[in-house]
Design a protein around this ligand. Structure first.
Ligand code: CTP
Ligand code: MN
Ligand code: MN
Ligand code: MN
Length: 373
């Protein structure tokens, strides 16, 4: 009934970490539109507009019913002004003019293509755009100016554009565990990121690595990746060392991290059709290969920080942003993937579960599958 729907909208809290946000929800047409405008704002360097549209979209993802009229959003947090116009147009016409204009703009299309390359952020893409780069083929002229990461990103572009399935993620997990366990048999490896939130596919596979004996973790990541490299399974990797002077109020994540591209053996290699080479004379041996390039992120954390790192690397990115904003503004505490620091009492809050971290923050527990904010 409209009365219970009114009540539902009045009860939606303002912070994304105070809400349960499932993977599938009831207002996808609207949240897709709002996310296009958020992305476009970020391409234009407008953090405020990016956050505005992202927050409006996130609120609608937690709504337990499909919107029927724009009147229903009047009591919702973050759904005023500009977002309301978008919501109204989608509800009434099925499309939003501004979204269609953005989608057709050259800047948006180029920025989207360029930032989809591994190693290319908004600032790099924007600089390239101002230098006249419009598409991936224009990048060949930039050759020497690309970083090693960007070169690898371009080389494996087609594979990396395809999403990673849950089954493939499981194969990656076996590969990574095998490498780590060959050095530390009882190492603890957990798949984090979108797959832990229940997604069926992702843009990469994320893992968190720890062990009760911190000595066992020294040098482990580099040894394991070198071991995989020796077996021909590593297409690119970069290890970022653990930050030494890491402070409790720092919002950056200082864990040792490896950003990599792995050659994943195909579970069932596709047989190329016999006349494939006749149809495409330029067909290189890549299309006859039995592997697929997959992005893999590996993070190592001390056992004492495990649950903070687990919470921090499970996402979603917006859920994490909201958790940190809530901690700071409402609780005067600084949260990151290492711990929780009470700024007024000047003390840390150790945790032995994710539930305990939510309790420290005075938040109802949100399981990973409901963190798709
Ligand atoms: N993350 C982080 N520091 C980085 C990169 C990522 O803390 N340098 C965190 C993000 O905040 C997020 C998690 O790692 O919580 C996973 O990030 P990512 O792999 O980018 O996104 P997913 O949610 O896993 O989604 P996808 O399927 O696109 O990979
Ligand atoms: Mn539902
Ligand atoms: Mn991920
Ligand atoms: Mn990742």
């Amino acid at each position: 009934s409209s009365v219970s729907r009114d009540k539902a909208t009045q009860e939606i809290p303002a912070y994304g970490c105070q809400r349960r946000t499932p993977l599938h929800h009831h207002n996808k047409e609207i949240t897709d539109a709002l996310e296009i405008l958020a992305l476009s704002a970020s391409f234009q360097g407008s953090e405020a507009r990016f956050l505005g549209f992202t927050r409006a979209s996130s609120v609608l993802k937690s709504l337990p019913f499909r919107l029927q009229s724009v009147e229903e959003v009047k009591d919702l947090p973050w759904c005023g002004g500009h977002s309301q116009t978008v919501i109204q147009e989608i509800l009434e016409d099925g499309v939003c003019r501004e979204v269609e204009t953005v989608k057709n703009s050259e800047h948006f299309q180029s920025m989207k293509a360029l930032t989809s390359i591994f190693g290319v952020g908004i600032r790099t893409a924007d600089k390239w755009y101002r230098d006249g780069v419009r598409s991936l083929s224009d990048l060949n002229n930039l050759g020497g100016k690309l970083t090693a990461e960007q070169k690898a990103g371009l080389l494996h572009y087609t594979d990396l554009q395809q999403s990673v399935t849950r089954e493939e993620a499981g194969t990656v997990e076996q590969l990574i565990k095998g490498a780590l366990q060959s050095f530390v048999p009882d190492v603890r490896v957990t798949m984090t990121g979108g797959f832990r939130r229940g997604k069926q596919e992702g843009h990469d596979v994320d893992f968190l690595i720890t062990h009760p004996d911190e000595e066992a973790l020294n040098g482990l990541l580099r040894k394991a990746v070198a071991w995989l490299d020796g077996k021909g399974s590593v297409l690119y990797y970069h290890v970022r060392a653990r930050s030494q002077n890491f402070s409790g109020s720092n919002t950056m994540d200082g864990h040792e991290t490896c950003y990599s591209i792995i050659a994943l053996p195909n579970v069932c290699p596709e047989k190329p059709s016999p006349d494939a080479e006749k149809i495409e004379p330029d067909l290189d041996k890549n299309s006859l290969r039995n592997w697929k390039a997959v992005r893999v992120d590996l993070v190592v954390c001390p056992y004492s920080e495990y649950f903070y790192a687990l919470l921090g690397w499970t996402g979603s990115k917006h859920f994490e942003r909201e958790l940190r904003r809530f901690s700071l503004h409402v609780k005067k505490m600084s949260l990151n993937s290492h711990g929780l620091f009470d700024i007024q009492k000047k003390c840390h809050h150790p945790a032995t579960s994710e539930e305990e971290i939510f309790a420290h923050l005075g938040l109802p527990y949100v399981p990973p599958s409901e963190r798709n904010a």
